[in-house]
Ligand binder design. Structure first.
Ligand code: ZN
Length: 422
């Protein structure tokens, strides 16, 4: 069975047909007995468009790479130089993977089920043309076929995966690949359309994931998120499971994972599910020194969206902000490589003030929502410079004083009480 991908407009389709074409067929098979996924790539019609493909991999997980042409490895990479025409690459993936040493799994397979991301099977790549310039205009057609153990079903961001060959189309990518969270096995599944998005909530049967609680939370918050982010994906997958999976939340394209023990609202008022939804809808990756912005936005909106949805009173919202500001008051430097805990807490306070500042400058016509929409449209890694530029464009003025006072230097603890009123 071939499941059609998104249809292109006629003009775009004609332009695409005129370009040189090559094909990549991905095939993967889940093998719970061995704890592996067997993966094969088959390239067709490659005329030097792909001279070398470098797969970014964890060498402990990606085993036995071999293929036509030359296959070499170095720590963190598999390099494949395929011959022209038709060529095959094979490797195995150890599906079990811990989020960090001593922590739970962010990819896992048992004899009954598997929970992983598409990029665990088909990792990110760098591609190089064999002849400079020859591949620039070339169009790839990617297809994916995932073979499951007998009796298993699958939920993924694209319908049809696990049932036959599926066309994979992604914007902004040279070599399209299947991505997002996937859960396979005997599954509990709940489907609901919310704000135009077809949500699929799924967990391995017998795993303690409260889909109906989650659904209620999505019903309340997704319409508010849509007002901020505009176009949402047509389909969105929420997967959950208990131990030994990692006890946190993780977003991936058009999908998120949440451990079954995580509450909808934490004691500090933030919401892990809203936090991950913001990551997924915003598509923002952090550039150098920008992680506090990406994490801070997810955390601030996890409070703000609940407030707008009437799930968090104004009083509790302010209390939550004040607590986070206190927690972050010791943090001097926001521009750390990975923002978490106290750094993100401080970032929330900075972003809340920035929202207030923009509203002041624009007589309440603009807000942090407009900054976020700009960042989303740019689709570039968020850095301090791009964030400040977007904020200044929205505010309509130089924000040097604001950024110098609140970002370059720690907030003074006395300011923590000056939370805006709405
Ligand atoms: Zn986050």
């Amino acid at each position: 069975m071939v499941v059609a991908g998104r249809a292109l407009p006629a003009a775009a389709a004609a332009a695409a047909a005129a370009r040189p074409h090559y094909k990549v067929d991905y095939w993967a098979q889940l093998d719970p007995g061995a704890g592996l996924a067997h993966v094969r790539w088959r390239l067709k019609g490659n005329q030097g468009y792909l001279g070398r493909i470098s797969l970014r991999v964890d060498p402990d997980r990606y085993l036995n790479p071999e293929g036509d042409g030359t296959v070499t490895t170095e720590p963190g990479w598999i390099h494949w130089s395929p011959p022209d025409g038709e060529a095959v690459l094979r490797y195995d993936v150890r599906l079990n993977h811990r989020r960090a040493v001593g922590k739970g799994f962010d990819s896992y397979m048992t004899p009954e089920w598997a929970l992983f991301k598409g990029e665990d099977l088909i990792p990110p790549t760098h591609t190089y043309e064999r002849v400079a310039g020859v591949g620039a205009e070339a169009e790839a057609e990617a297809r994916f076929d995932l073979e499951l153990p007998p009796g298993w079903s699958l939920v993924a961001t694209r319908p049809g995966i696990g049932e036959g060959v599926v066309e994979i189309e992604e914007e902004h990518r040279r070599l399209d690949r299947p991505n997002g969270w996937m859960v396979a096995g005997k599954l509990g599944v709940t489907r609901e359309k919310i704000a135009g998005v077809s949500f699929v909530l799924a967990n391995p049967a017998g795993q303690p994931f409260r889909r109906m609680d989650m659904l209620a939370w999505l019903e309340a918050t997704v319409p508010e998120l849509q007002l901020v982010f505009g176009d949402l994906p047509a389909r969105f997958v929420v997967v959950g499971a208990g131990d030994p999976m990692w006890r946190g939340g993780l977003s991936a394209p058009d999908s998120l994972y949440l451990h079954a023990d995580r509450p909808l609202v934490e004691r500090d008022g933030t919401s892990p599910v809203v936090h991950e939804l913001v990551h997924a809808f915003m598509h923002a990756r952090a550039g150098e020194g920008g992680d506090w912005i990406v994490e801070g936005l997810a955390e601030w909106y996890s409070l703000e969206i609940q407030r707008r949805a009437g799930l968090l009173s104004q009083t509790r919202f302010k209390k939550a902000l004040a607590k986070l500001e206190k927690r972050g008051s010791e943090v001097d430097d926001l521009s750390v490589a990975r923002s978490s805990g106290a750094t993100t807490a401080r970032a929330v306070g900075v972003l809340d003030r920035l929202d207030w500042q923009i509203r002041q400058e624009t007589s309440d016509q603009r807000s942090l929502d407009d900054v976020v929409r700009r960042l989303e449209q740019q689709r570039e890694p968020v850095t301090m410079a791009s964030f400040r530029a977007a904020s200044e464009a929205v505010a309509g003025r130089d924000l040097k004083v604001f950024f110098r006072g609140h970002v370059d230097q720690p907030s003074s603890p006395g300011e923590a009480k000056a939370v805006k009123s709405k």
